[in-house]
Design a protein around this ligand. Structure first.
Ligand code: ASP
Length: 448
């Protein structure tokens, strides 16, 4: 049995929804279908979720909102007309939105979630109608009624553990289940949403709950690529990688899906397959608990900009009990999260997202200076991190040498190396302007 999730671009219009029907129909194992709200039909389009946020803001601010409401209804209207569904569908969408507005309470964040959830909820109803219209028996299932219980952190809710037991019953339903992504209900019966992009989370939760054989995540790319195709030409496709490889690659810029989103599937060891709605027969990328390591030791190389490093030097630092703790305490006190802390005998560096330092940098440096009395502190902004990731690196000899040679050949200065903490990755910090050059040269030595 498969749980299948279709993202916003896969359900953005009637054509895309027809592809969804065909994809599900082509494989009898595809029994639970999680859908997003209609996404962008073209680059300059607006997602329905964003239209709903505008609508909700207008309502909250007491402005005229009728035009915004019609914009949302129109998106479903286009789908309804092109699929030849009954006009009732459209009246139901309008009525649903009006009810959500009329029944709002005083809690603004909760109202915002109720409105955001309308995108997936109505789309799931429309898509269920599209399946039935195409002669494929399908049923819309309401997340709250099915037992998708969430914490009441509106806009950032988390699933409650008891959901899994309740949702397992979806397995026994006849026909195809069409389940809206992105939201559930609190114990108080109020709608709450996951963070943006949260339909992926719904899919992962359902896969774990019903113990699916695979969680298929349909999007608009054929596979995950070993390097960002926007930065380098000829990036090879990855056909199989482990959860750990995905996590390390996602950390530094792999945007196919949010690594946190798939945690429930990872815990339940459900394989995840990323596939393309527009080319469903392309094999996609399979993300699995373990994989056999053959020739390809490196699975991928990711990169991201926007990092800063604070270097601290102090003679005899290694003898000073509590130095590292004290340094990190300063960051904790200032509510700053850091990414890496490479260290030597007399130096320690803290690498962090530059935005973490905004408005706090002077204070942090001043505290380090006065409390730790270092010999030198240097701050460097505008760094990029490159992560070379692969399970096979654990066993292979000379990987670091290969990487550093490649960077040297490309004339890239390595600002920092972090290797060892993770057996399956090597991290290099370089100047942001060297990022592309560094990536191409690493790509060349590891992928040819
Ligand atoms: N529609 C929601 C969003 O745009 C959730 C999703 O598509 O996954 O964030």
């Amino acid at each position: 049995m498969k749980v299948v999730k279709f993202g916003g671009s896969s359900v953005a219009n009637a054509d895309q929804i027809s592809k969804v029907v065909e994809i599900v129909r082509a494989d009898l194992d595809r029994k639970i279908v999680v859908v997003s709200a209609p996404g962008k039909r073209h680059r300059d389009d607006t997602k329905v979720t964003d239209l709903l946020i505008t609508l909700a803001r207008r309502v909250l601010e007491g402005e005229a909102y009728e035009h915004s409401l019609e914009q949302v209804v129109d998106r479903y209207g286009e789908i309804q007309r092109e699929l030849g569904l009954s006009d009732d569908v459209l009246d139901e969408v309008r009525e649903d939105l009006e009810n959500r507005i009329a029944n709002r309470g005083s809690h603004e964040a909760q109202f915002m979630d109720t409105m955001k959830a309308a995108g997936e909820d109505n789309n799931a109803k429309v898509i269920a109608a599209a399946f039935n219209h195409a002669g494929c028996s399908a049923e819309y299932v309401n997340p709250g009624e099915a037992g998708m219980l969430l914490s009441d952190e509106f806009g950032n809710a988390e699933v409650l553990p008891q959901s899994y037991g309740a949702l397992a019953a979806l397995r026994d339903r006849d026909g195809i289940v069409i389940f809206p992504g992105f939201f559930g209900e609190t114990r108080g019966g109020e709608l709450a949403t996951f963070p943006r992009g949260g339909s992926d989370i719904t899919g992962a939760i359902l896969s774990a709950a019903v113990k699916a054989d695979v969680y298929e995540n349909f999007t608009d790319v054929d596979s995950v690529y070993a390097m960002d195709p926007r930065l380098v030409d000829h990036a090879p496709a990855i056909d199989r990688m482990t959860y750990r490889e995905m996590r390390e690659l996602a950390y530094a810029g792999f945007g196919v899906f949010h690594d946190e989103a798939i945690v429930p599937a990872v815990h339940a060891e459900i394989p995840i397959c990323i596939k393309n709605t527009n080319r469903p027969n392309a094999p996609g990328t399979l993300v699995v608990p373990t994989r056999e390591i053959s020739g390809a030791q490196v699975a991928g190389i990711s990169s991201a900009e926007g990092f800063s490093a604070i270097y601290i030097d102090k003679y005899m630092m290694n003898r000073e009990v509590g130095f590292g703790r004290h340094l990190l305490q300063i960051f904790e006190d200032e509510q700053i999260s850091y990414e890496h802390t490479p260290s030597g005998i007399d130096n320690m560096s803290v690498i962090l997202h530059s935005q973490q330092l905004v408005g706090k940098e002077a204070k942090v440096l001043e505290r380090i200076q006065s409390e730790l009395i270092p010999d030198a502190i240097n701050v460097e902004h505008g760094l990029a991190l490159l992560m070379v990731v692969g399970e096979g690196m654990r066993y292979a000899v000379g990987m670091a040498a290969k990487a550093t040679h490649a960077l040297a050949d490309a004339g890239v200065n390595i600002e920092m190396v972090n290797q060892g903490a993770s057996e399956i990755s090597m991290m290099f910090a370089v100047k942001a302007e060297d990022r592309k050059k560094a990536l191409s040269s690493l790509g060349e030595v590891f992928f040819g």
